[in-house]
Design a binder for this molecule. Structure first.
Ligand code: MN
Length: 334
């Protein structure tokens, strides 16, 4: 990594226009890593612009710099122009450009030097420089590694950087509970707290920021939509657009919902199905050795991590549910 960073350093200092991109429906790690890197580059007197495919949830809008983010969906001309003019593009928290949705064509067409930092399963060939580590807890972990390698002994983490990076560590490890929560992650968290992060502030912004209606929506999902399969190890929730309309669910409003069934002791796999226009979005969670990303990839054109993955179905909700039950039977999760 050190040699690659040295090369990148000279490239970055000679670059006129840097764009930082991340995946569609940006989560805490996507926004945290993008803004963490943005603040770091700013510290190095390097201007960069964060461009994201679509709106990100309210519970991330407190992060310093979030107001400067260009949202492709809301300002596509500006976003296209920025990507087109960039001579260096960072891709954070995704490894296939189709994860950037409507931004994909612009990124694919760009002749900019492309640097990828990601932790999802995959073997992308498009980046000019790939700093990804499959299995790392989060892209934020890798951005902090990048900052450390780039700065060497002169590392100076500001509280702006630290808050952004801590947010991704917290969210992608499910509050430091998933199996990727290594000693290193805790050491990094300590480093970030030393740099000024007040852990309870982040926790409250991320986890204790529901409004009453959203909490009632979670309650409705758990009491009315939760289904547990016969062997009691698998739980799933199938939500219609009507369900979400009824509770006025906003962007990011179902974030964390797939984890709720995992609170039941015997549940090893949880699946969330969300009806959308002409498709059903799927989220998967599993415990320990069960690699749910294999299932997501095989049946729902998805992927992600061993214990957390996403996928999609282009059938209606009812047919998707029927497919799911059949595939679960076929895949035989043990
Ligand atoms: Mn991530």
């Amino acid at each position: 990594m050190i040699k690659a960073i040295a090369d990148l350093k000279s490239r970055i200092t000679n670059t006129k226009s840097i764009v930082i991109t991340t995946h569609v429906s940006p989560d805490g790690d996507a926004i945290g890593s993008s803004l963490g890197l943005y603040h770091f580059l700013k510290q190095q007197n390097i201007k960069a612009q964060v461009v994201v495919p679509n709106a990100f949830p309210k519970f991330l809008m407190w992060l310093e710099g979030s107001e400067s983010i260009i949202v492709f969906d809301q300002d596509s001309e500006k976003a296209k122009e920025l990507i087109q003019q960039a001579d260096l593009i960072f891709g954070l928290d995704y490894n296939e450009t189709n994860r950037t949705a409507k931004m994909q064509d612009s990124i694919d067409a760009s002749s900019a030097y492309k640097v990828l930092i990601d932790h999802h399963i995959g073997e992308p060939t498009w980046p000019d420089l790939n700093l990804s580590v499959v299995g790392a807890s989060s892209t934020c972990e890798l951005v902090l590694d990048f900052i450390s390698a780039y700065s060497g002994d002169n590392i100076q983490l500001t509280s702006d950087m630290a808050y952004c990076i801590y947010t991704g560590l917290l969210t992608d490890t499910g509050n430091f509970q998933f199996s990727a929560t290594t000693p290193k992650v805790h050491i990094q968290a300590a480093q970030l707290i030393e740099a000024g992060v007040e852990a309870d502030v982040v926790h409250n912004h991320i986890n204790n920021s529901f409004d009453k209606q959203r909490l009632q929506f979670f309650g409705f999902c758990v009491s009315e939509r939760l289904k547990i399969l016969k062997d009691k190890k698998i739980a799933y929730l199938a939500l219609s657009q009507g369900d979400m309309r009824q509770y006025n669910v906003q962007t990011g409003g179902t974030e964390g919902l797939v984890n709720e069934p995992m609170k039941i002791a015997d549940i090893d796999v949880s699946i969330l199905m969300k009806e959308d226009e002409g498709k059903v979005k799927m989220s998967f969670r599993s415990k320990r050795a069960i690699d749910i990303s294999v299932f997501a990839k095989k049946y729902f054109s998805g992927g992600g991590h061993r214990n957390a993955a996403g996928g999609i179905s282009f059938k209606n909700l009812e047919d998707t549910e029927r497919d799911l039950l059949q595939y679960l039977e076929e895949f035989n999760i043990r």
